[in-house]
Design a protein around this ligand. Structure first.
Ligand code: LLP
Length: 414
């Protein structure tokens, strides 16, 4: 089921025809569906209902305030990786007491802000970071609740750029060092061990690596409990994949079965950190065709969205569906590279697609663009970042204005 469907040949987000949004707001523009966001959130929370986990939406996937507010309203907590994301969560009305803080490079200032806000859990990724957190806690006369993020050293069988649980990865503490670090933490007055954490990678489409990692981590959790560490939370990270082309990731129910089966003996309160699975297929990026171009070697359609707006194809060779907002009648499909205006050879948003040749002025959508789309957008080539729109039934509103030219040099001095 999708909230983006063709009706009478026109692509709609819920009840809103997307050309109407493109004409009113311009392009490129990200459009999100409230219905899809809500349905994805509820699918996970209902699949896990019995376990009563804390569902901490991973803010990095899409940090728009309207989306954070929507998930906070559904009872969600948050998974953050920076002081900036903490500020966003607070600004959107999210609850720091339901928020977990990950990342290998938290600064003392970020730790202080999070501890002052009453964060639920610091997911600590190294011995030196634990010492730094201890120092912050002591300075503030508080014990910072922490979980060590352990590296379970399993191959998540995903793209190598987004696998995080390999032995060579910068993330997490080596599995064998965890016991000793928890033991050391007993002597630290500024921290208190409150949980255990792991995350093996993103866009997981198979359950076996997850099962293997969580089984290992659950065993460690029990060993730490046996050593009288007062752990309460088992954070299983995020990573559930979505369908971009023809992938068949586990359903929310299957995912819940695997997670719950692997962890039930621990008696821990589960923390989940889903990002992509909540927002990825709840968003599209609208773009307009500028030119067609043919060289002896290839046929191109040049569109007004570039790799600065949607980085995933350039960075990971990721595939996003590319469809016209108004279905074409007839016409012969040819092989086309859809490229952006950015001065980089990797600015190819859709490679070798079989399409009726797009025409100048025509509107298209890049599909499955709700996750790691706008949140990874940049101003490269001095391009203002896109607008964002949230649809709700027949209604829609701009939830982030298109950047203006003068925003490009805000804070600069000539
Ligand atoms: N928790 C931790 C500790 C993470 O590192 C991540 C993602 C998540 C949760 C959320 O994972 P998700 O449920 O979204 O898979 N930019 C890449 C993805 C990077 C993921 C980084 N970590 C992409 O566009 O595919």
């Amino acid at each position: 089921m999708s909230s983006f469907v063709f009706r009478k040949g026109v692509l709609h987000a819920e009840k809103v025809p997307l050309p109407a949004i493109a004409d009113a707001v311009g392009t490129p523009t990200y459009v999100y569906s409230t219905e899809a966001l809500t349905r994805h959130f509820l699918a996970v929370s209902e699949a896990f209902a019995e376990a009563r986990p804390l569902l901490c939406y991973s803010v990095k996937a899409n940090s728009n305030l309207a989306i954070l507010k929507l998930f906070a309203g559904l009872g969600g907590g948050f998974d953050i990786v920076s002081g900036g994301e903490l500020a966003r969560v607070k600004h959107a009305g999210g609850d720091p007491a339901k928020t977990v803080f990950a990342g290998v490079g938290k600064t003392a200032e970020e730790m202080e802000a999070a501890l002052a806000a009453g964060i639920l859990l610091f997911n600590v990724e190294s011995a030196e970071e634990l010492e730094a957190l201890d120092a912050v806690g002591r300075r503030m006369g508080r014990r910072a609740p922490f979980a060590l993020r352990v590296n379970p050293e399993v191959d998540a069988r995903t793209h190598r750029y987004i696998a995080t649980g390999l032995k060579t990865s910068k993330f997490g503490v080596p599995f064998e060092e965890a016991v000793e670090l928890y033991a050391r933490s007993r002597k630290m007055k500024g921290v208190r061990a409150a949980g255990l954490d792991c995350h093996i990678g993103s866009q997981l489409t198979q359950s076996a690596p997850l099962r293997a990692a969580l089984t290992k981590v659950a065993g460690l959790y029990l060993a730490l409990k046996a050593q009288k560490h007062a752990l309460e939370y088992l954070d299983v990270g995020g990573g559930l994949g979505i369908t971009y082309v023809d992938e068949t990731p586990p359903s929310a129910a299957e995912y819940a079965r695997v997670v719950c089966a692997a962890t039930k003996d621990t008696g821990a309160r589960l923390v989940l950190e889903p990002g992509r699975s909540l927002v990825g297929n709840a968003g599209v990026l609208l773009t307009r065709v500028l030119y067609r171009k043919q060289t002896p070697a290839r046929r191109f359609a040049v569109v007004d969205a570039g790799m600065n707006d949607l980085l995933r194809p350039a960075l990971y060779e990721a595939h996003h569906g590319f469809v016209p907002l108004v279905k074409r009648r007839g016409g012969k499909a040819v092989e086309v590279d859809v490229v952006g205006p950015v001065c980089e050879s990797t600015d190819v948003l859709a490679k070798a697609r079989s399409l009726v040749l797009p025409q100048a002025g025509e509107l298209y959508a890049f599909l499955s663009a709700g996750a790691y789309g706008m949140s990874m957008a940049s101003n490269y080539n001095s391009r203002p970042r896109p607008a964002e729109v949230l649809v709700d039934g027949e209604a829609w509103r701009v939830v982030r204005e298109r950047e203006r030219t003068e925003d490009l040099w805000r804070g600069e001095r000539a």
